[in-house]
Structure formats: C-alpha cells, structure tokens
Design a protein around this ligand. Structure first.
Ligand code: SF4
Ligand code: SF4
Length: 264
C-alpha cells in the first residue's frame, strides 16, 4: 500500500477513541501464532529500515534488494519501499520462525502496533494528533484474551515510542509535499532514496560532496552524523526540509540566503 492507500485503509476501520479500551493478548502458544506474519502489504519507513538493517548487520543496498520492493508514490514522487515477503506459496515474512519474530526487538513499527493501526494528523498548533484504529482480522484470536489496552498503553507496551519521532517527521515531510500540490523532481526523489533509505551511502556522499562546507553545522554534530546512522537520518530530514521548503528551523546554509531568511 502507498501512504495514501494506508490512510484510506485506516479510515475504513473502526477508530479506538481516546481512553477507550480493547481486549488483546498475543503469545507463543496461542492457536493463531504467526498467522499474521505472511502475505503483508506493508510500507517500511526509513526508521524501520534502519532498525532492521542494524539488527541484521546489513548494508543498505543489500537490505533494500533482498527485503524490499521499491516504487515511487504517484502523488509525491517520493520513494516507497514495501516489505518483500518470501516467494513461498504462503508469502511468509522472511523473519518469521517457529519461536516468533527473529528480529523482534527491531521489528517494523506496523508490526509493533498490530492489531492497531496508527495515523497522525496536524493538530493545528504545530504538533501532531494521533488516532488509533482496530485491525480485527478473522484469523487473529488475540481479541478473545482478557488483557485490556488503550491505544496509548499498547503503544507504550510495544516500544512504539522509539519510532514516533522519526516516523512522524517523515510523514510530516510527505504531508507538506502533498500540501504543496507538486510532486518532487526525479532528482530530489533519487536524493530522498539516498539520504533516508541508504543512510550508510549518504554518510559517504556527505564527505565526498563536502556537504558540511555549505551548512551551518558545528563540528560535534558533523562527527555524530558521520559516526551514527540514526543521527545521519535525522540530519537527512533537516536537510530535506531545508531543500524542499526553505525551512531553516533546524539547519541553515552558509552565505546562501534562503527564502525564510530573505522573505516574509
Ligand atoms: S494473529 Fe493475532 S494473536 Fe495470533 S499471533 Fe498474530 S497478532 Fe498474535
Ligand atoms: S518482521 Fe517479525 S513481526 Fe513483522 S511480519 Fe515479520 S516476523 Fe512478523
């Protein structure tokens, strides 16, 4: 599903309103164990990919080739990478084992939130408002269990909070491109693949192209960006906000005046 299709899908599901609860528990031994880990049509975020790559100790080129299928979103022309299932008849996830998920600690955000879907919208005050939806599939027997959850308590329990900052930022960039009404150029789309989905390659690009020479960025941060891919991904988003929207709130260019500085 593209991000738009995901939104449409979530909008078609019953919303779990704030403070409302649902019953659910998933554990090894439940009759349907692993039934949800096949035939998935799931978009992976840049942060999902980075977490999985680090868990598997794979470089980005190999990871994207083996575990994803890429295309460009028609509305934004941004790259979209979907989770590639195995070629088996059941199209199982590459990471499902008899004991459960082989990359459980670094599983994608959507796997963490299941059986809830999560959507965010601008709250009108510069932040985001989140909504939860119940994805009740026939094969999932976890809903017959007595444990009670709200959207927030489930999110906390599943460690999804580690994913929100990066994922919400990325979704916000896509929303701003959509609001702008013009898909990004192919060159910018290619750059988005490099900066956000191939962060290890992006670190090399930064050095080769002497990118820091053109930016106001202190040495301590430069070092962190080149040493830590999670810091580099956050920097990639700052850089995109600067390039796409002339947004200098997190990053500024040296000498070259930007629209935000020069215009009201
Ligand atoms: S189908 Fe539901 S209960 Fe069964 S393993 Fe998947 S999430 Fe757990
Ligand atoms: S990554 Fe793990 S939790 Fe997600 S579908 Fe694959 S096996 Fe299941």
């Amino acid at each position: 599903m593209s991000n738009d299709e995901t939104k449409e899908f979530l909008d078609s599901l019953p919303e779990l309103e704030e403070g409302k609860t649902y019953n659910f528990k998933c554990y090894p031994g439940i009759k349907c164990f692993n039934a949800c880990c096949s035939d998935l049509d799931m978009v992976l975020t840049p942060y999902d990919i980075l977490r999985m790559r680090k868990a598997l100790d794979k470089n980005s080129i190999d990871f994207l080739r083996v575990y994803t299928v890429g295309h460009r979103a028609p509305d934004t022309n941004f790259p979209v990478f979907k989770f590639r299932m195995s070629d088996s008849k059941a199209r199982t996830c590459h990471f499902v084992t008899g004991e459960g998920c082989a990359i459980y600690a670094d599983r994608p955000g959507a796997c963490r939130m299941y059986p809830l879907g999560r959507a965010t919208r601008p709250d009108g005050k510069g932040g985001t408002k989140e909504q939860f939806f119940i994805v009740q599939e026939d094969h999932c027997m976890g809903f017959n269990e007595p444990d009670e959850w709200t959207g927030s308590s489930w999110k906390q329990d599943q460690g999804f909070h580690e994913y929100t900052a990066s994922n919400d930022r990325y979704m916000n960039i896509l929303a701003r491109v959509r609001e702008d009404g013009r898909p990004v150029s192919d060159k910018m789309s290619h750059m988005a693949t490099l900066a956000m989905y191939k962060v290890d390659e992006f670190q090399r690009f930064i050095v080769q192209m002497r990118l820091f020479d053109r930016l106001e960025i202190d040495e301590k941060r430069q070092k962190a960006i080149l040493e830590d891919e999670f810091v580099a991904l956050s920097f990639a988003m700052d850089w995109f906000e600067l390039m796409l929207f002339s947004d200098t709130s997190k990053l500024k260019t040296k000498n070259v005046p930007t629209r935000s500085r020069g215009q009201k």
